[in-house]
Design a protein around this ligand. Structure first.
Ligand code: VG1
Ligand code: CO
Length: 540
């Protein structure tokens, strides 16, 4: 095998965001662009030399090209064993599991999650470390630094590897490439965690589910698990065929992009549970008849019910949520006497706590939930957890939600996204509010008094690492919160996210809780005044 030291010039924009490096396909496909980034990873993860590497992605356009590039570079860097998912299809949680289960030294996950795909769309690449966790900031910072000074990369001259079928290939120098079924290991893990017999019975009693894979990577997973293993009818899994452009859609499971499913469930409700996942299979949306279960409620209710399921019978070691995520979780944790951690946005901040055994369950407001079984959020896991809970409680999702709110109170919650903002204007909104934070405590807005206001900073309890400037939060005691932060996953102009949370104690209701909070949020943030926008682009 001939190894080539290819001269290159550095790019200055390879800084990973909230979850990896995301760029337009046109940017990624420039000569040397992807190669430079991959080289920067290899230089900062020396254990890959002589080690084992997992490669897969969400199946989007350019996935196949990128996989071949990474294989050639991995061989040039002395990787001894490469595991590639068949057809390149590997959901983000399944990638995390494969790295863990096969003792790999890391993995490349090729995904831009729910961002649109296709030649005009986005591409993404992230690296997960030993143990399956997302690369910590210390590593992504080091990769970025390396990428800024790179003048060459190593790549092997090899013919493209066939990845259509499962199989093994030995290379002359002892290296080995396995094309593996990206679903099998993951499906086996799900069987250990959940009571498949109970779910099968529940389905055979006539209960119905709908799962919308949105033409992204979860289709093959849902077919194998929901249809083949649990006996749901084939039609229960919609849009199950992964397409390189996701069918032109936007596989973001929320009220906007999964509107058809939402409408059905708010109308005749053809199922007891309807769910959708995103491009790379790590997000989930949960719907019951007439009910959209907000991600924060889903997380809190999972915390309340999870120990009834086989994989969690020892109880929960602790729980965590990202800072903007609804505090509904905190109320359950307090009632059960378990620790509840508040971390910055992005799954990587949960990984140390998970590794240390401090967490069993964690989640984010952005439709992400998972447990200690992997080191990523996991869409299908959440769907199976809910099916299992419905099966063992023999209650409907709306019944369970009403009982939950009656016991713990209800956290009304919304996220408002202001997209396509000029970067300078978005920065100005943030910096002006940052400048006013200190003056806010003690002030009242529409009868709500600010009790605390800060720029969220986090010290990791395990390794002491520090993350600053993780979002501005204005707290009105237990009653309400307003949070503002800049998105770190976009590939174009800036997106500001405004998070609104309002708590209503048990026994009362306030359907317009968030409308009431809107003028408060504007008075505090001046977001609309400064940006000139009248309304958000997306409300979830
Ligand atoms: C968003 C979400 C965040 C999530 C991240 C990756 O980040 O808010 O909660 O972890 O996407 O999710 P940001 O910086 O744009 O707000 V995924 O499904 O793209 O891997
Ligand atoms: Co995703």
């Amino acid at each position: 095998m001939h190894i080539h030291q290819q001269p290159t010039t550095p790019f200055d924009d390879q800084k990973p965001g909230t979850a990896g490096l995301r760029k337009k396909v046109a940017a990624i496909a420039q000569p040397h662009y992807l190669e430079n980034f991959v080289e920067a990873v290899f230089r900062n993860v020396p254990e890959l030399t002589g080690g084992r590497l997992v490669i897969g992605g969400d199946g989007r356009y350019h996935n196949d090209v990128a996989i071949q590039t990474i294989v050639a570079m991995a061989l040039a860097h002395g990787v001894q064993h490469i595991l590639i998912a068949r057809q390149g299809w590997l959901s983000t949680p399944a990638a995390s599991h494969l790295i863990r289960a096969r003792g790999a030294d890391g993995g490349f996950v090729l995904t831009a999650s729910h961002n649109p795909a296709g030649p005009e769309g986005d591409f993404g690449i992230k690296f997960n470390i030993r143990g399956g966790g997302q690369a910590p900031s210390s590593l992504t910072d080091a990769i970025y630094e390396t990428s800024r000074t790179l003048d060459s990369y190593r790549i092997a001259d090899i013919a493209p590897v066939a990845i259509d079928e499962v199989g093994a290939r030995e290379l002359e120098d002892g290296a080995r490439i396995d094309v593996v079924d990206g679903v099998a290991d993951y499906a086996a893990l799900m069987q250990q965690l959940f009571d498949f017999d109970a779910i099968r019975d529940w389905l055979s009693q006539g209960h119905r589910i709908i799962f919308d894979a949105m033409h992204a990577v979860t289709g093959p997973y849902a077919r194998r698990i929901l249809v083949e293993q649990l006996g749901a009818p084939e039609a229960a899994v919609r849009n199950a065929e992964p397409l390189t452009d996701f069918g032109g859609g936007h596989p973001d499971p929320n009220l906007i992009y999964a509107a058809d499913l939402v409408d059905e469930m708010m109308g005749d409700a053809p199922a007891d549970l309807a769910a959708a996942s995103d491009g790379d299979g790590d997000r989930n949306m949960i719907l019951g008849p007439g009910l959209f279960l907000s991600p924060g409620d889903s997380l809190a209710m999972l915390a309340a019910h999870l120990d009834r399921l086989p994989g969690y019978q020892d109880g929960l070691a602790g729980v965590a949520r990202s800072m903007p995520t609804s505090r509904a979780l905190d109320t359950v944790a307090a009632a059960r006497g378990i620790d509840c951690y508040e971390t910055p946005t992005g799954w990587k901040y949960f990984c140390n706590l998970l590794d240390a055994g401090r967490l069993t369950l964690c989640g984010e407001e952005s439709f992400g939930t998972s447990s200690s079984h992997v080191r990523e959020k996991d869409g299908l896991w959440a769907v199976l957890a809910w099916m299992n809970i419905l099966a063992v409680t023999d209650q409907t999702l709306p019944e369970l939600a009403r009982a939950h709110w009656a016991r713990y109170g209800r956290h009304y919650y919304q996220r408002h996204d202001y997209e396509d903002l000029d970067a300078e204007i978005a920065e100005r909104v943030i910096s002006e509010l940052r400048g006013r934070l200190e003056s806010l405590p003690g002030q009242s807005f529409e009868g709500l008094e600010v009790t605390a206001a800060d720029d969220f900073a986090y010290t990791d309890p395990i390794d002491g690492s520090r993350a600053e400037a993780q979002g501005l939060r204005v707290v009105f005691g237990d009653e309400a919160r307003v949070v503002l932060r800049l998105s770190g996953t976009g590939t174009g102009a800036a997106t500001l996210r405004l998070y609104l949370e309002r708590f209503v104690p048990p026994g009362s209701e306030m359907p317009d809780a968030l409308e009431q909070l809107l003028p408060v949020a504007e008075a505090v943030t001046r977001l609309r005044a400064i940006s000139g926008r009248k309304r958000p682009d997306v409300v979830t």
